[in-house]
Design a binder for this molecule. Sequence first.
Ligand SMILES: NC(=O)c1ccc[n+]([C@@H]2O[C@H](COP(=O)([O-])OP(=O)(O)OC[C@H]3O[C@@H](n4cnc5c(N)ncnc54)[C@H](O)[C@@H]3O)[C@@H](O)[C@H]2O)c1
Ligand SMILES: C[N+](C)(C)CCCC=O
Length: 486
Amino acid sequence: MTYPTQPVASHYVHGAYVEDSAGAPMEVNYPATGEVIATLHEATPAIVDRALDAAREAQAEWAALSGTERGRVLRRAADIIGARNHDLSVLETRDTGKPYQETSVADATSGADALEYFGGLAGSLTGEHIPLPGGDWAYTMREPLGVCVGLGAWNYPTQIACWKAAPALACGNAMVFKPSETTPLCALKVAEILTEAGAPPGLFNVVQGAGRVGAALTTDPRVAKVSLTGSVPTGKRVYAAAAAEMKHVTMELGGKSPLVIFEDADLDDAVGGAILGNFYSSGQVCSNGTRVFVHRSIRDTFLDRLAERLQGAVIGDPLDPATSFGPMVSEAQLQIVQSYIAKGVGEGARLVTGGQRLDRPGYWITPAVFADVTDDMVIAREEIFGPVMCVLDFDDEDEVIARANATEYGLSAGVFTRDLRRGHRVIAALQAGSCFLNSYNDAPVELPFGGVKMSGVGRENSKAAIEHYSQMKSVYVRMGRVEAPF
Ligand SMILES: NC(=O)c1ccc[n+]([C@@H]2O[C@H](COP(=O)([O-])OP(=O)(O)OC[C@H]3O[C@@H](n4cnc5c(N)ncnc54)[C@H](O)[C@@H]3O)[C@@H](O)[C@H]2O)c1
Ligand SMILES: C[N+](C)(C)CCCC=O
């Protein structure tokens, strides 16, 4: 492996690694073995202050460039990430435990896509000319917001850093990014690569730490916008703190998304969709379709096929390209998952397969499927964020729509059916931001990604993200005399 897991220093500020060993130590574990692979320090107030000052200074210089010049830097960064995909993927695997089979196609690659896409858009971010009566006219200017803060979750450290940085920088903002304290390594590489690609020092800074550091960044008056990827409880806290200062926000939060499988669905595709929507990244995916509503008439066949397909999961060394299912990110997350499995059993759901902790070092549990789940069970209502699929029976379309929507969440939803009229009708009725028809969990950069209801505010990716990282100024131009009443 090219990249050592112990970084040069904990933080990346003003284009260079910096350390302040006065910060509390943070140990990073390799989830597959539990071994400590790096020790970093939480950012002290002095580090946070330096990062915000550096960002403010860089932002003015960066915003003065043309969009095409900014885009060139982002596209160069995308190319560097592409060229180093293997090493970045290995680091992502060490940071998160996700199998290399996944990280090599879904993490750095997705980050590079965002940098390439927004790098391409940067030169086309313009205002409008608006003709008005009497020869007057107006124009609009799209302006950056200023210094943006990114706060990351632990499941997609490289992707989250890039999904936030790319649109922010394309619009002429600077960023201070705080990765999750559980997976602090990969964002540092994104920062290094942006510098190498020509970003001015201070444009993208990384500071480490937990909620205390995130809160200090959120409330700092130098910050114009906060973009969080995390849980709903954290989202409520961060949104409230940002609102107190009228800051812009993007909230990419949790979910308990429905996946509806009708009786006419292609069963192999539906089983494949349910596997992708529950067990990819060992179930640690915000948009997962963890409430799998299966039409009663095909429920038993569905469960048999699913159990058969799960035999094909290769659980083992995440760095082995043959491995398709890795550990939980941490002991704490594993214990949360185990407690939900115990609750499901206690509530009378039928554990069809999986849910056993493996007797080996690290944080391993086998993919679990519950059948006979009812809407009122805790496992059907709360986000578990682990490999636990709940299968619920249904009889008709109106019923399943009502039950699918009976949740505070609204991140994603999926429908499997061969009847395209029904497919579009049901998708239109489902309360979710990111939906899938005869598929699950696709997230190309060209598509808006984000939730409704408690699952979030704003959108990442696509042209929609530009609206969330810029503001419009409108200018009225009078060509004639000014007429006043006195
Ligand atoms: N919608 C999405 O795009 C998306 C993507 C990935 C994960 N998630 C969600 O993230 C959650 C799992 O990630 P997690 O456990 O890291 O989430 P979390 O909410 O515990 O933490 C997210 C980030 O917020 C920081 N933070 C915590 N308290 C804070 C505070 N008071 N002020 C500022 N920052 C604070 C954390 O240090 C971390 O960096 C799940 O709910 C999952 O659904 C959502
Ligand atoms: C790309 N996925 C798989 C949709 C994940 C997006 C980030 C959510 O955890």
